[in-house]
Design a protein around this ligand. Structure first.
Ligand SMILES: [Zn+2]
Length: 134
């Protein structure tokens, strides 16, 4: 599968100097296009000897991190399939540390909230029981 993007366009992508929709188009293509992933990685390797993997590029530039709200919706499973696919790619393939940390944080937060809800329900039930006895 050959890529639809020129080297100069990919260079601009690495510089984050493309228009937003072009950035998005390349990111989108990167998801399913290993040739393009290799092309971008090679290009970046030539510019910066220390940075070789796609994940490095992502972490370095912190490209397109989903918002915290989006990550929350992702955990709740209420995102569109496409948006969810992007986050899965972003977190599992790119292994974005920022988003991994956010997700861990959101998970522990929602676990704490669930515990509060359980406690409140118990309290409510016991107050209801108490009121009934009167
Ligand atoms: Zn991220």
């Amino acid at each position: 599968m050959s890529t639809k993007f020129s080297s100069s366009e990919l260079e601009a992508f690495l510089d984050e100097s493309l228009p937003a929709e072009r950035m998005a188009a390349i990111e989108d293509a990167l998801r399913g296009d290993e040739t393009l992933q290799k092309q971008l990685t090679a290009l970046n390797g030539r510019r910066d000897a220390g940075v070789h993997s796609l994940g490095d590029i992502w972490r370095r530039h912190r490209l397109s991190c989903p918002s915290r709200e989006q990550l929350g919706s992702y955990l709740l499973g209420v995102l569109s399939r496409d948006a969810a696919d992007y986050i899965t790619f972003h977190v599992e393939k790119i292994q974005c540390r920022y988003c991994e940390a956010s997700i861990a944080d959101l998970k522990s937060q929602s676990a704490a909230e669930a515990e509060t809800t359980r406690r409140r329900q118990r309290y409510y039930q016991s107050s209801v029981g108490h009121l009934r006895k009167k």
